[in-house]
Design a protein around this ligand. Structure first.
Ligand code: MRU
Length: 346
């Protein structure tokens, strides 16, 4: 498997592949401050739930580094402010809040340490989040591979690969694992309007690894499913409620309805860091609404009539009844979700 590194911390900065520019331009966005990491998450330089969580970890580390010459009390106040701001950079992917909470807890537990040691500890923790996510991705890949037939056509939505994580990916990690284990895999990748994460990013990742694949407009998926051309649908997740309801990229819900109608297995692939153990129903998940230009414009070209109103939710909720199983690093969870998801809580 080829290695795509969505981000790398070096020379006191977070280096990220600028995902706004792919596939035409491969550019590295360098964030030297927490504010720059915050911007990178808001503007989707980096995106995908686990990648956002990892970037937030480094955002916290850069904040801590910049306050390391402050008095302890001042350091703690400023760290809190930076973490509060980072926490709001995107509302749906719970990995962001999970990473921020993890950093808050770390600082709280070790508050007696010197400010410099605390800053070092936060950076070390950010590296640990990355290492953990890499191992989690591999584990999801092998669990997920057990549900992939020897010969399979897989439908994917959005980008769930190395760019969306810091490892091999979630749903696309399963595709990678199946392909590298010698299975005869073919992928249909939804382009994923409006931001085209499928057309720009998933297609790029699939081509890098020569995984047989074809790009489709989102509206083609229903026909392929009805015509028996899809063996399994694999999607990622941005937040999962404890009843199994899953927030993922807009369009996922529609796919789940069609898959259920035609009896095609529909799997969510997500780490347990994407489960929000504080909510028991999808209705509690905040759905991000992004700006109208994502819909009215394509590559800077205005395609809708001037002044047209736009509704642009970035995610939707797939009800748990439509989900065949949730592939996590701890194994595949199936209904009854309310009961089985709670068993994953450590
Ligand atoms: O708006 P994005 O590009 O951050 O949305 C990404 C997705 O919806 C992915 O499917 C999700 O984060 C899971 S993949 C790791």
């Amino acid at each position: 498997m080829k290695t795509i590194l969505a981000m790398e911390y070096k020379e006191d900065a977070l280096h990220m592949i600028d995902q706004r520019k792919l596939p035409h331009t491969y550019e590295i966005f360098i964030a030297k401050t927490c504010q720059e990491v915050d911007f990178a998450i808001r503007d989707m330089v980096v995106r995908g739930a686990p990648a956002i969580g990892a970037a937030a970890g480094y955002g916290a580390a850069l904040a801590a580094k910049s306050y390391q010459h402050e008095e302890k009390s001042e350091f703690l106040v400023k760290m809190n402010e930076s973490l509060d701001k980072l926490n709001t950079s995107r509302p749906t992917a719970v990995n962001l809040m999970w990473a921020v909470k993890r950093m808050r807890k770390l600082i709280e537990t070790h508050h007696k340490l010197s400010v410099k040691s605390l800053a070092e500890l936060v950076l070390k923790e950010a590296h640990t989040i990355v290492r953990e996510d890499q191992a989690i991705n591999l584990a999801m890949g092998s669990h997920g591979n057990t549900i992939i037939p020897q010969r399979a056509t897989i439908l994917t939505h959005c980008n769930t690969g190395a760019l969306a994580t810091v490892g091999i990916g979630t749903a696309l990690g399963v595709v990678r694992t199946a392909h590298s284990s010698g299975k005869d895999i073919f992928v249909y990748a939804d382009e994923t309007r409006p931001r085209l994460q499928g057309g720009r990013l998933t297609a790029w990742e699939l081509m890098q690894e020569n995984i047989p694949s074809t790009l489709i407009a989102d509206s083609v998926a229903a026909t392929l499913i009805r015509d028996g051309k899809i063996d399994v649908v694999l999607v990622g997740a941005d937040r999962i409620a404890t009843n199994g309801d899953t927030a993922n990229k807009i369009g996922t819900f529609m796919l789940s309805v069609v898959a259920k109608t035609y009896g095609v297995p529909f799997y969510v692939v997500a780490p347990t860091t994407t489960i929000d153990f504080d909510i028991d129903h999808g209705t509690h998940i905040v759905i991000e609404e992004r700006n109208s230009e994502e819909v009215t414009h394509i590559e800077g070209v205005h395609i809708a009539p001037e002044g047209m109103k736009v509704y642009n939710p970035a995610f939707d909720i797939t009800p748990h009844e439509n989900i065949t199983g949730i592939v996590t690093e701890k194994g595949i969870v199936r209904a009854p979700y309310a009961e089985n998801i709670m068993k994953l809580k450590v």
